[in-house]
Design a protein around this ligand. Structure first.
Ligand code: HEM
Length: 220
């Protein structure tokens, strides 16, 4: 009875919260990309390549949005829907890990037929290793992005979640090493602009936190 009530409560909280809609969107995007690649490229190896590429870019997109939410909340103090944006961040991060996992599995199993990585050219070996580290970090962050993990881990939660910057840097190296589209001018421009926005936003946020601390002490 107790379990039934608490399960109902959890479901009600999810439905009321923005995270429920983001979870539904992630599931729909996953299916839509699968359907589009099959329909546009008619199965076969090109469909597989477009599928893994799309999931790779979706992962980067979700990661970028998750990284931009913190600075946005710092800069726009009166932004409507601040609470929803804050709540959404965790699930957007989980979305980034989900699409990275799909990208990696499809690439390795369907495109590379589970090849021994040591048989690949050196650039691919390096790119796979860097991608694997990024994937492990993203999965670890997703697995610990729940209230229970947050409470249980204490300071280690913040330490672990700071690794998101390492993951982002590893993804940039991975894409620079073997990304095909990443080397085209429009993608480089978009990638560079979003990267600068994220770095600038986080530097600004850290600076305003440092400035806010002494002021708080004076007020207290
Ligand atoms: C074990 C982990 C990984 C493996 C084996 C892997 C494999 C690959 C391969 C073979 C490519 C080149 C394919 C192509 O251009 O069609 C590629 C490109 C790419 N990867 Fe990964 N990857 C891994 C992890 C990741 C992660 C964690 C992310 C994102 C968070 C990511 C995002 C991308 C993107 C955006 C591209 C560029 C696709 C393009 O140029 O259109 N990869 N990856």
């Amino acid at each position: 009875m107790y379990n039934m009530n608490s399960a109902k409560k959890i479901i009600r909280t999810w439905i009321a919260g923005v995270r429920f809609y983001i979870a539904i969107s992630i599931a729909l995007i996953t299916l839509e990309v699968l359907w589009l690649s099959e329909t546009l490229y008619g199965g076969g190896s090109l469909a597989t390549i477009r599928l893994e590429e799309s999931y790779g870019w979706l992962s980067i997109g979700f990661l970028s949005v998750a990284l931009l939410i913190g600075p946005t909340l710092t800069v726009f103090k009166r932004l409507p829907g601040r609470r929803q944006l804050f709540e959404a961040r965790r699930l957007i991060g989980i979305g980034a890990a989900w699409f990275a996992l799909l990208h990696s599995l499809i690439t390795y199993i369907a495109q590379f037929k589970s090849v021994n990585p040591l048989d690949l050219p050196l650039t691919y070996q390096r790119a796979f290793l860097v991608g694997l580290f990024a994937l492990i970090i993203l999965l670890a962050l997703a697995a610990t992005s729940f209230n229970r993990a947050f409470r249980a881990m204490g300071i280690w939660w913040f330490r672990l979640h700071r690794l998101v910057y390492v993951a982002a840097a590893l993804v940039v190296v991975h894409v620079a090493l073997i990304g095909v589209h990443a080397k085209t001018a429009p993608v480089l421009a978009a990638f560079g602009s979003v990267g600068l926005l994220i770095i600038g936003g986080h530097l600004y946020r850290n600076q305003s936190r440092k400035l806010a601390k002494p002021i708080q002490k004076e007020v207290l």
